[in-house]
Design a protein around this ligand. Structure first.
Ligand code: ADE
Length: 251
C-alpha cells in the first residue's frame, strides 16, 4: 500500500512516520509513505501556494493549481484522493478499514483558513474530518488517517491478532488490561487473569468490554453485533447489575 501526504509543512509529518511502528513498517517495505512538499508544485519564483480569498475576509486560501499539479504527478490508476478538512465525513474505524482497502491514498493536508473550493469539487474523491474541532491544518489529521490505516496492514503490528482485539474492532470498547506487578499501590490484578483458565478469561474480558462500552459509549451498543450471550449481559446491566455479578453466569 502507498500513502502520499501532500503538505506545505513536510516537517510536520516526517517525524511521526519515521518513528515506532510506522517507521518499522516503512523500513520493512510493508507500506510506502511519501511526504510531498506542495511548494514544489507551486509556480513562480516564490512558489506561492496560497492567496487572498475573493470577496474579502481574513485568511489565506490554498490555491488550486499546485494541488492539481501535485495530484497529477502522483496519481496512479487506483489512487483515491482524500482532502483532510473539518467539513469532511467524520473519521471512524470503519472508514479506516475502507481506506485501508485502497492501494494508493493521496492525502491532501489543507490549511485551516481554507482550500479553494475547486479542489473539493473536482480533485478530491473524498473529504475526511478527524473530529468536530478545528486544527491549524490537515497535517495532523493526515497522520491520524495514515496511522489508523497502516496498523491494519497485515504484518505491521507485531501480533497478528492485535488489531482484531482493539476498541472498535468489533464495535465495542476494549476492557481493562494489566501487566506486572500483580499488586500496585494497593490495586490488585483481577484473580481471573492470573487463573490460567483461558475460557474464563475470555468470558471476563468480553463482559468487561461490554461493561465499559455500556458505561462510556452506550451509543455503540446500538450498532454493535452482539452474540446472544452478550445481549443477555447487556440486559443485566440494564437491570442494574454490574459486570462482576453478571459475567460468571454468562455462557
Ligand atoms: N483541518 C483542520 N481541522 C481538521 C479536522 N478536524 N479534520 C480534518 N482536517 C482538518
Amino acid at each position: 500500500m502507498r500513502i502520499d501526504i501532500v503538505t506545505l509543512f513536510p516537517r510536520m509529518v516526517e517525524g511521526p512516520i519515521a518513528e515506532s511502528i510506522l517507521g518499522r513498517a516503512r523500513e520493512r517495505g510493508l507500506i510506502d509513505i511519501r511526504v510531498v512538499n506542495l511548494r514544489e508544485y507551486a509556480e513562480g519564483r516564490h512558489r506561492v501556494a496560497d492567496d487572498y480569498q475573493f470577496g474579502g475576509g481574513g485568511g489565506m486560501v490554498l490555491k488550486p493549481e499546485p494541488l492539481f499539479a501535485a495530484v497529477e504527478a502522483l496519481r496512479t490508476p487506483r489512487a483515491r484522493v482524500v482532502l483532510l478538512d473539518p467539513r469532511g465525513r467524520r473519521f471512524t474505524q470503519e472508514i479506516a478499514r475502507e481506506l485501508g482497502a485502497v492501494a494508493h491514498l493521496i492525502l491532501l493536508a489543507g490549511r485551516y483558513e481554507g482550500v479553494d473550493e475547486r479542489v473539493s469539487t473536482a480533485l478530491a474523491d473524498d473529504e475526511v474530518s478527524i473530529g468536530d474541532y478545528v486544527l491549524t491544518g490537515g497535517e495532523l489529521p493526515a497522520l491520524v488517517v495514515t496511522d489508523a490505516v497502516a496498523r491494519l496492514i497485515p504484518g505491521v503490528l507485531g501480533d497478528a491478532a492485535a488489531a482484531g482485539q482493539d476498541s472498535f474492532a468489533r464495535g465495542l470498547l476494549e476492557g481493562p488490561q494489566y501487566t506486572r506487578p500483580e499488586e500496585f499501590h494497593g490495586m490488585r490484578v483481577p484473580d481471573v487473569l492470573l487463573s490460567g483458565d483461558h475460557q474464563m478469561i475470555a468470558r471476563w474480558r468480553r463482559a468487561q468490554a461490554l461493561w465499559r462500552t455500556w458505561q462510556r459509549r452506550p451509543d455503540l451498543l446500538e450498532t454493535a453485533e452482539l452474540t446472544p450471550a452478550e445481549q443477555k449481559l447487556v440486559e443485566e446491566f440494564r437491570r442494574g447489575k454490574g459486570p462482576d455479578e453478571s459475567w460468571m453466569r454468562s455462557a
